[in-house]
Design a protein around this ligand. Structure first.
Ligand code: MTE
Length: 325
């Protein structure tokens, strides 16, 4: 019989402390112990200690960690950072889950994002200028892949609605189309011509402005690791993970429903909506349960991945339409 002992990180989410906050707290305590005047300064002014030297690529301290928004927490334990960061889907770097090292080829500065299409003002903005214009917060979200595995991640970023407001879409705009970078030098996977690069995803404007829709710039209180889609990726936690376009360079407001990467590749298996529904199987496997990364437990999948109260209104009257794949 397998007897499992509960490990430190298997706390209920409400009891978990974001790692970045924890690290900064440790730093503060260390400075206090040393009687350092620096302890009285804002954390951004503290000089890095020994343990921080590995964080040479960390962002300006003002960007991470961001305060957690308690409106978005769940009852599951956070997936350990190293588990989430070593089991990724990022086909630009290969079709296995083990791409995190290969993904370090991604160059995230300079990084510009084009906002265009049916908007009052098209513009191009550098990621750091964009970050200076938004308020960052941390949210604990479920993440359910269409492949029937899941995790719980502390993302930081800002509501997608803020970006929609900056763009001021015209009434004729019905969808938001998100495009990942295209660079075959930086992403060897893009040399595989049978994939329809660049990776594209899309949501309706109503979905993009739903309070859950989040543009992610960090994870676990730190700058977003490259393998998670730095410097800017999307999160729509009630949808399957393939909707979460990574390393976005272009966000367009369009009239026609965008064709996404997986739909273009295999339209009989992947659709536009991809809302999580345990009762609607993928053509090749069931969606009624999921394997939790880190613990290996199998748990029941929930309608809209547990976010029905936030999103049911978006689909009222559409239940008989194919909004589940
Ligand atoms: N975005 C790009 N550009 N390329 C990809 O291959 N994979 C998608 C999505 N976004 C993908 C992508 C899929 S299938 C999933 S499940 C999630 O990213 C995985 O995100 P994670 O690796 O951060 O967990």
């Amino acid at each position: 019989m397998l007897i499992r002992t509960r490990r430190g990180w298997e706390l209920p989410e409400s009891a978990a402390t974001p790692e970045g906050v924890f690290r900064d707290r440790r730093r503060l305590l260390r400075n206090l112990a040393a009687g350092s005047i620096a302890a009285a300064l804002p954390l951004a002014a503290c000089s890095p200690g020994e343990e921080d030297s590995a964080d040479a690529a960390a962002p300006a301290p003002a960007l991470a960690p961001a305060p957690r928004n308690p409106a978005y927490t769940i009852e599951r334990a956070l997936t350990p950072k190293d588990v989430a960061g070593t089991y990724n889907n990022f086909y630009e770097y290969g079709s296995s889950k083990d791409i995190w090292q290969e993904a370090q080829r991604l160059q995230v500065r300079p990084w510009e994002i084009v906002i265009d299409g049916l908007v009052e003002r098209e513009f191009t903005i550098g990621i750091d200028d964009l970050l200076a214009r938004v308020e960052l917060e941390e949210r604990v979200y479920r993440h359910r892949c269409v492949e029937a595995w899941s995790m719980t991640v502390a993302w930081s970023g800002f509501p997608m609605r803020s970006l929609v407001e900056m763009a001021a879409p015209l009434a004729s705009a019905k969808y938001v189309r998100m495009e990942t970078f295209a660079d075959r030098e930086m992403a060897p996977g893009q040399r595989q011509f049978w994939y329809p690069w660049p990776y594209v995803e899309g949501v309706t404007i109503a979905e993009a402005t739903n309070e859950l829709s989040f543009l992610v710039t960090g994870a676990y209180g730190e700058t977003l690791p490259k393998q998670h889609g730095a410097p800017l990726r999307a999160a729509f936690p009630w949808k399957y993970g393939f909707k979460h376009g990574k390393s976005l360079v272009r966000i367009s407001f369009v009239e026609e429903q965008p064709l996404n990467f997986w739909q273009e590749l295999q339209g009989r298996e992947y659709g536009f909506w991809a809302n999580v529904h345990p009762g609607v199987p993928h053509p090749r496997w069931s969606q009624d349960s999921e394997r939790v990364l880190g613990t290996g437990e199998r748990v029941a999948t929930q309608l809209f991945n547990g976010y029905t109260e936030f999103v049911a209104d978006l689909y009222r009257g559409m239940e008989d339409q194919p909004i589940w794949f």
